[in-house]
Design a protein around this ligand. Sequence first.
Ligand code: NAD
Length: 280
Amino acid sequence: MTLMDGRAVANAVKEEAALRAKALIERGVTPHLAVVLVGEDPASQVYVRNKETGCRKTGIRSTVVRLAQDCTQQDVEETVARLNADASVHGILVQLPLPRHLDEARVLRLIDPDKDVDGFHAMNAGRLMIGQPGFVPCTPLGVMKLLEAYEIDLTGKHAVVIGRSNIVGKPMAMLLLAANATVTVCHSRTQGLAEIARQADILVAAVGRPRFVTADMVKPGATVIDVGINRVDGRLVGDVDFDAVSQAAGCITPVPGGVGQMTIAMLLCNTIDAAARHGR
Ligand code: NAD
């Protein structure tokens, strides 16, 4: 069994990103990510801090625009409009979830698609769907990078994605399809899920349920990618029952230390791509 080391691959990606950032800065373009953070959600605060640290270490300028928990829809929309118009900002990210009184979809729609480094805008989802260049959501993009780093052959292989969210499951399926896998997407209404999962050469779990994927759902030798991040008794666990599944899998990502590490690395890459396009 091969343990897929997300930390090592992410570090390599970040090193390459730092070199690209340096080259851009030498050309007079300082890559700049603006993060909009609304309210005091503790998990969001941590995520944003990690993004700031990632930017700093890579040579990317970051600005965090903090808005109060009780701010209005207009406040958020005006902030996004201002960042869209600011030529020094290459990437814009609105940290989700927004407080419940705000219309998240409306806010995401307002982000300039060419600054949408999270890849959540419908324009970028559409570009991914029809194979045009655009921004791809960081987590599934990170999974593809991991598969590439471990030279996992995808052509003609059966990839099963469990989960159909707009930020993980659906873009994941599109990326695997573009890489010539035969893709099945399972979700909460899927019948016979275990049987389908057992046919997978590559099994991606993006469910949000601790240890959902059990050993009997995995074909011996399969590659198992665990996207899940769940907190159980103060510990982080994935969507895969790691101890049991690692006995059957050929390759597997741990949680923590797997896919989660890749997400920020890919955000840094997307921001540099945005700056590179701008500086052309
Ligand atoms: P989500 O809640 O938006 O989607 C979960 C998906 O799982 C849904 O499409 C649903 O149909 C499916 N599902 C739920 N119960 C199911 C069941 N019993 N059987 C089959 N399918 C079922 O979640 P998400 O945003 O896609 O995130 C999924 C997981 O990935 C979460 O644990 C989240 O924390 C994690 N995540 C990790 C990263 C990272 O950086 N590693 C990034 C984003 C999300």
